[in-house]
Design a protein around this ligand. Structure first.
Ligand SMILES: NC(=O)c1ccc[n+]([C@@H]2O[C@H](COP(=O)([O-])OP(=O)(O)OC[C@H]3O[C@@H](n4cnc5c(N)ncnc54)[C@H](O)[C@@H]3O)[C@@H](O)[C@H]2O)c1
Ligand SMILES: [Zn+2]
Ligand SMILES: [Zn+2]
Length: 380
């Protein structure tokens, strides 16, 4: 089959072996579409991929083969697949924290060395992220198919439902772990697909005011048009002062960093070597947050970060939360909201390319030219 792979120094579309069923719980999915994610850029920049790794963790397709122990799916089902690979049975999965699954990574060694424990794997990541081939391909092996694949209701388009894989669960998880309550003021750094979906989630959870911070006018316009949130252009305003002004002088109750990340490196030594200063957006979120508020880090930080304002966390009594998407917990609700037209996401797929033009699609996504928010790839 054809797949978008890392080729040592660049992306390329290459022939790779077709995936096969390996366990009774596996399914094989023929991909109908997949999208780019900011995390892919961090992984590429961090030199994380090895030759032949297949990218892509947000995808939707049709089930073409199921293992003997798959109960919820049949050949022909149109499914969206959660970006994290989770077993559904361990303590973390039972608590709905699927991205911490104990059994979702085939190669936990590097993560255990760096962090003490390995979280769940994610499709389209290098071996340090679990080693499952990604969705920028014609076919994908989906382990634990009853846990991670969800049938898309008729009437919900591929272009809408594909975002229930990763970006929308990230938004919903961010708001959930941030403890957003009705009446809260929520600030979000980053107006990419993830930040926009955090904003939509916060609005739907009853936040009184949601403010999204970025510097791309077309993304900020998209936020205003589609999410019901307000915006701040960070190069034209003092972000902290602006947020304080819009939150009754206190600062936002919940601050979500969905702007960027640090790292993607493969080894512990490399992570240490690249140890960097706290990203601006995270520092600003900690600084702006009200006393006793919560800061959620969604940016996919994988390296070590120094110069972090711990003092502000202690003195202002902040709650810090980091998270990855608890996909299987949120996807059923997201699909229902999509079917009822309460949640619309298709506008985020600003560009549509055949998979064969994958490298070009990633260049556009990286440079954010032509108003690009996400590129949708179709294998045919
Ligand atoms: N934790 C999760 O569940 C999860 C899931 C998916 C993606 N992610 C991560 O979320 C982040 C956003 O993903 P995306 O696909 O929307 O990425 P993206 O690259 O499309 O968007 C990031 C946006 O952040 C903005 N930004 C950068 N610095 C900023 C600053 N100082 N202040 C305000 N905005 C700033 C950029 O201008 C850009 O519009 C990435 O780091 C990605 O790795 C996390
Ligand atoms: Zn992602
Ligand atoms: Zn599990």
């Amino acid at each position: 089959m054809r797949a978008l792979c890392w080729q040592g120094d660049r992306l390329t579309v290459a022939e790779v072996p077709d995936p096969e069923l390996r366990n009774g719980h596996d399914a094989i999915v023929r991909v109908r579409c997949s999208t780019t994610c900011g995390t892919d850029l961090h992984l590429i920049d961090g030199g994380a991929f090895g030759p032949g790794d297949v990218l892509g963790h947000e995808f939707l397709g049709e089930v073409v083969e199921v293992g003997p122990r798959v109960r919820r799916h049949r050949v022909g089902d149109r499914v969206v697949v959660a970006s994290v690979v989770a077993c559904g049975r361990c303590r973390y999965c039972q608590q709905g924290q699927h991205s911490c699954c104990d059994n979702g990574s085939v190669d936990p060694t590097a993560d255990e060395l760096a962090w003490g424990q390995a979280p769940a794997a994610c499709y389209g990541h290098p071996s340090a992220g679990g080693g499952f081939a990604g969705g920028h391909a014609e076919y994908v092996r989906v382990p634990y198919a009853d846990v991670g694949a969800f049938t898309v209701p008729d009437g919900v388009s591929d272009e809408r439902a594909v975002f229930a894989s990763d970006a929308a669960p990230a938004g919903w998880t961010g708001v959930d772990v941030g403890g957003v309550c009705p009446g809260d003021v929520v600030a979000v750094w980053g107006a990419g697909a993830v930040g926009q979906l955090v904003a939509q989630a916060a609005v739907l959870h009853g936040a009184a005011r949601v403010v999204v911070v970025d510097r791309y006018d077309e993304r900020l316009r998209m936020v205003e048009r589609h999410t019901g949130a307000e915006t701040v252009h960070y190069q034209r305003a003092d972000v902290t002062a602006e947020l304080r002004e819009r939150s009754g002088g206190r600062g936002p109750d919940v601050c979500v960093e969905a702007a960027g990340a640090v790292g993607g490196s493969r080894s512990l030594a490399e992570r240490l070597r690249r140890a960097s200063r706290t990203p601006l957006a995270l520092r600003e979120a900690v600084h702006a947050c009200r006393k006793g508020g919560t800061v959620v880090v969604l940016g996919d930080v994988t390296d070590f970060v120094d110069a972090f304002p711990v003092g502000a966390v202690v003195q202002k009594e902040l709650t810090m939360r980091g998270t990855r998407p608890h996909g299987p917990r949120h996807i059923p609700t997201l699909l229902e909201q999509m079917a009822r037209d309460e949640l619309r996401t298709e506008h985020l797929a600003t560009h549509r390319f055949p998979l064969d033009r994958g490298p070009e699609g990633y260049a556009l996504f990286r440079d954010r030219t032509d108003g690009c928010v996400r590129v949708l790839f179709t294998p045919d």
